[in-house]
Design a protein around this ligand. Sequence first.
Ligand SMILES: Cc1cc2nc3c(=O)[nH]c(=O)nc-3n(C[C@H](O)[C@H](O)[C@H](O)COP(=O)(O)OP(=O)(O)OC[C@H]3O[C@@H](n4cnc5c(N)ncnc54)[C@H](O)[C@@H]3O)c2cc1C
Length: 347
Amino acid sequence: MNGQETLTILTYCEDLKLAMELVHVANGLKANVVAAVIGPEPGSEANDLATCGANKVLAYQDSSMEYFEVHQLSVLLDAMASKVGADAILIGATQDGNSLVGRLAARLDAGAVTDSIELSIVSNNLHAKRLIYGGAGIANFIMSGSMSVISIQPGAKNSALINSALVNSTMNNSALVNPAPVNCALVDTKQDSTPIIENFIHELEPSPVKLLELKASQANAVSLKDAEVVVAIGRGLKDKEDLKLIEELAIALGGKVGCSRPIAADMEWLPVEQWVGLSGVKIKPRLYLAIGISGQVQHIAGIRDAELVIAINNDADAPIFKCADYGIVGDLYKIVPALLARIKEGA
Ligand SMILES: Cc1cc2nc3c(=O)[nH]c(=O)nc-3n(C[C@H](O)[C@H](O)[C@H](O)COP(=O)(O)OP(=O)(O)OC[C@H]3O[C@@H](n4cnc5c(N)ncnc54)[C@H](O)[C@@H]3O)c2cc1C
């Protein structure tokens, strides 16, 4: 960072909800927030980001483009960052977003961190936390260069400036830690300035990357991001047919079905969108019911923010019991039908 009093942070994510979270995170750092919108019809997204608290929105429109691949995005964001004099770029930690971080950092000779779960500013330096060692530890990266590119996980936290030289006299000197809001309309918008939406004009050269095919994700995939109840199954399940039992329990509890990686990646019994963990989705349900899941660190990394974890496992020493609030030791083929029967009795 360059020692100036207010940081300028450029934010970008192709997913509107996460793009709004990025604006919120950057606002929590008391930054001058410029949100980038790139697409065939960026108008309504630009309005949403402006009302969500960005100081400025840069909108790049190309109605002939169905999909912007990461090379093109990196060219555009590089140009936008230089136009606004950005000190840092925050990207949504999606699949494209993480690959964008590397490209952008290389173009800008910037420091890079992917999948950050918390940002703060300490002594004029951005600090970015991320999980390491398969989720067993947290590393804090101090971004001391003049430009940083950081991808941010959904639900990341931020801390306001805690460098006394930079603290506004009306601000409390203690760190604020605010989970990003689900609904950005609830965020305080900046009262003193009206956000400006500006068309960003740039001559985009043909990409060296040739896009061969765009494929929609599996139609039957379930999104677990906002699920209040997730009933997850692991390798304790013996047969794909037995998934019906788990689905029945999820329906009875008003929840959705999740799984460990082997169920999606190895057995392919469920779509990859339903695999929970470090390399899958990170979720924060009110109830997480882990059935026949051993609870390796990589799986637990996906449920760190779950409110209540209940585990069913026939091995009393399974690691899942160390992070569960309640545990049932026993055979899932006996316990799940018994649970279902009790739920139906109570209904
Ligand atoms: C880089 C990397 C990233 C990874 N990312 C992820 C990730 O994102 N998500 C993820 O899940 N994994 C991930 N893994 C894999 C992870 O390490 C584990 O291998 C995986 O989570 C194990 O899945 P599981 O618990 O379903 O299977 P297992 O470890 O085989 O556990 C099955 C459990 O079922 C129990 N069981 C068996 N029969 C019954 C029964 N009848 N009733 C009750 N319980 C029963 C067993 O006691 C056992 O505890 C990753 C690994 C690596 C190296």
